[in-house]
Design a protein around this ligand. Structure first.
Ligand SMILES: [Zn+2]
Ligand SMILES: [Zn+2]
Length: 329
């Protein structure tokens, strides 16, 4: 089968012929239809995160159709449309697995990290790592939900928004364009914090009630109870905090290497909270997909055939993709 292979750290992606995998116990073989490229793929390619040795096949937004199953698989069938998120498998035995918080399992195998990812014609998925894609959601629409949509919707839910609260989204890109739509679809007054006026028209179309440029102008516009930070810039995150209302929560979902500095005045006198968030549990993925099935959230994607994976990767690495690049097979 053909796959987009990253041969070594910091090298460009190459299309290669690799052996087609066969399902082992508890696994299904998925004929890939679409695979989203996440900015995390850039970090992985550049070796920013620890992981197994290269070559690797990345891709943690994989969706497709089951074409074969191991004999012990009973909950999935050939023809099912499925996708898989960040967690491919965990040990099932540690404290965190037993608590149902698999994301903290020290033995977790990540999709496109320890396990082969989706940027290929076929991929093995562990059965319990597959999620059924609603019939009304196309593969291209579904792929970015398995990381970007899942992440931002988890962040919104983790902040525990209350009726009448205002939600701001910092950074309108692959994650942020979905965060604006989810906050709006969930019924909240939604403010976009965007530095680039060239995106304003589009941001309005996504449903934002207001657009501000920074934390100061967010404060001037009445502030936000929740800031969903999808930005990779710690500087922007720090700046946005001045737009948080008392008892406000900043939900951090992206990061660069800089530490986040929070003043004790903000922390104590305004009683703000800084919340770290990732993909916080399958119920949020289910809801995130359901919003798309209901037509309330749409992913805006650029699609590229697998053969053009290297080009698509460059678009993402340069921050030029509007808003998510998806490989199609
Ligand atoms: Zn991702
Ligand atoms: Zn475990």
């Amino acid at each position: 089968m053909k796959a987009a292979v990253v041969p070594a750290v910091s090298s460009s992606w190459q299309i290669k012929d690799v052996p087609q995998p066969q399902p082992g116990p508890n696994q299904v073989l998925v004929k890939m239809h679409a695979s989203g490229i996440c900015y995390t793929d850039v970090h992985l390619t550049l070796g920013h995160f620890p992981g197994p040795p290269f070559p690797r096949i990345l891709g943690h937004e994989p969706v497709g159709e089951i074409v074969a199953l191991a004999p012990d698989v009973t909950t999935r069938k050939v023809g099912d449309r499925v996708g898989s998120a960040w967690i491919q498998s965990t040990c099932g035995r540690c404290e965190w697995c037993q608590r149902g918080r698999r994301t903290f399992c020290p033995y977790m195998k990540g999709t496109g990290i320890e396990a082969q990812g989706g940027h290929a014609e076929y991929m093995l998925m562990n059965t319990d790592a597959t999620y059924l894609i609603p019939d009304k959601v196309s593969y291209e629409q579904a792929a970015p939900i398995f990381c970007a949509g899942y992440t931002v919707y988890s962040g919104l839910r983790w902040a525990d928004p209350q009726p009448h609260e205002r939600v701001a989204v910092l950074g309108i890109g692959g994650l942020g364009h979905l965060a604006v739509q989810y906050a709006k679809a969930a019924g909240f007054e939604t403010i976009a914090i965007s530095h680039s006026p060239d995106k304003d028209k589009l941001i309005r179309e996504l449903g934002a009630d207001e657009i501000v440029r920074d934390g100061k102008s967010l404060a001037a516009a009445g502030g936000a109870d929740i800031i969903l930070s999808t930005s990779n810039s710690t500087k922007s995150m720090n700046d946005s905090i001045q737009g948080l209302r008392p008892d406000g929560r900043l939900v951090a979902m992206g990061a660069d290497a800089e530490p986040l500095a929070v003043s004790l005045t903000d922390l104590i006198m305004k009683r703000i909270r800084i919340i770290g968030s990732q993909q916080n549990g399958p119920e949020y993925l289910y809801e995130a997909l359901d919003f798309v099935a209901e037509g309330k959230v749409k992913t805006i994607v650029e699609t590229y055939p697998l053969a053009e994976a290297a080009k698509a990767y460059e678009r993402v690495a340069d921050g030029k993709a509007r808003f998510r690049a998806v490989l199609t097979m």
